[in-house]
Ligand binder design. Structure first.
Ligand code: FES
Length: 160
């Protein structure tokens, strides 16, 4: 019995496993491992945040072909475009509806990235919905949006 106890407890005098949990040894080990996992998640998030896609350059805010952006084939799809150096995100919000959002963060101007079904600013962590509504993280206003019309016959979008 004693030797079995030593093997489970690493040679200490505690009764496994309840005394370890009660005196916090198990908890400390758990917290240390959790901290390492959290640090890894933060590094992964930073790496993802650094990879800012400038978007596909388009020459004009009118006549943008939806078919040029496979992501816009389905509702909820997000296409990143760049018009005259302005990073924008076009979001398909319905079968015949789109919204265009400025990716310049209203907080301090970092470039906002798509994240899941919405957006995340790598600057200070502001989160936005797919339609640019502020949802959490650093408190700021909503993403700036631009009226976006869709010509179904031509399959094109016009911003503004
Ligand atoms: S610049 Fe976007 S959250 Fe601060």
């Amino acid at each position: 019995m004693e030797s079995n106890q030593d093997a489970l407890c690493g040679g200490c005098s505690h009764q496994p496993p309840t005394e370890h949990a009660r005196d916090g040894i198990g908890r400390r080990t758990f917290l240390a491992q959790t901290a390492l996992l959290a640090a890894g998640a933060v590094l992964a998030a930073c790496a993802a945040g650094d990879a800012t896609d400038p978007g596909t350059t388009v020459d004009s805010t009118s006549g943008i072909k939806v078919s040029d952006f496979p992501a816009l084939a389905s509702v909820g799809g997000i296409a990143l475009v760049n018009v005259s150096g302005n990073p924008l995100a076009i979001v398909r919000t319905g079968d015949a509806s789109f919204v265009t959002l400025s990716r310049i963060c209203p907080h301090q101007g970092n470039t906002i990235n798509p994240n899941g079904s919405g957006f995340l600013c790598p600057g200070h962590g502001a989160r936005f919905s797919a339609t640019g509504q502020w949802q959490g993280g650093e408190r700021t206003s909503n993403m700036r949006s631009y009226a976006t019309s869709y010509d179904a016959a031509a399959g094109t979008i016009t911003i503004g």
